[in-house]
Design a protein around this ligand. Structure first.
Ligand code: SF4
Ligand code: SF4
Length: 116
């Protein structure tokens, strides 16, 4: 994860349809690995395999949020993070605590959108 949404979010919804990985969700909405990806199963944090269609609890009840494991900083699709490009209040920002290499982000993109 290198992009996150700050509390300056005004919930305008402009970013959500721009994400090539469907990594952005409205506040209070459940999220799924399968949304906008070709994933059918993933290993969870306990090392167990779970269905990608399994719904997960919202990461925020207040602002739009980004699922870290689905964000690729738009690598492989666009030159810049599209959420940051369209956000009218510049609240999609780099997270200095979560730096990832381009190679890792590209590998994630390939994993999220593997050919069936
Ligand atoms: S940087 Fe790109 S992949 Fe990450 S949340 Fe924003 S639009 Fe989605
Ligand atoms: S574009 Fe910016 S202000 Fe609008 S919902 Fe997304 S993060 Fe929030």
């Amino acid at each position: 994860m290198a992009i996150f949404i700050t509390s300056d979010c005004i919930q305008c919804g402009a970013c959500e349809p721009e994400c090539p990985n469907n990594a952005i969700y409205e506040q209070g909405a459940t999220w799924r690995w399968a949304d906008g990806t070709t994933l059918q199963a993933v290993a969870n944090t306990d090392g167990e395999v779970e269905l990608a269609l399994l719904p997960h609890a919202p990461l925020s009840e207040i602002d739009f949020y980004i699922v870290p494991g689905k964000c690729t900083e738009c690598v492989g699709f666009h030159e810049e993070p599209q959420c940051a490009v369209v956000c009218p209040v510049d609240c999609c920002v780099d997270d200095p605590d979560h730096r990832e290499t381009r190679e890792l982000l590209l590998a994630r993109k390939e994993q999220l959108h593997a050919a069936a």
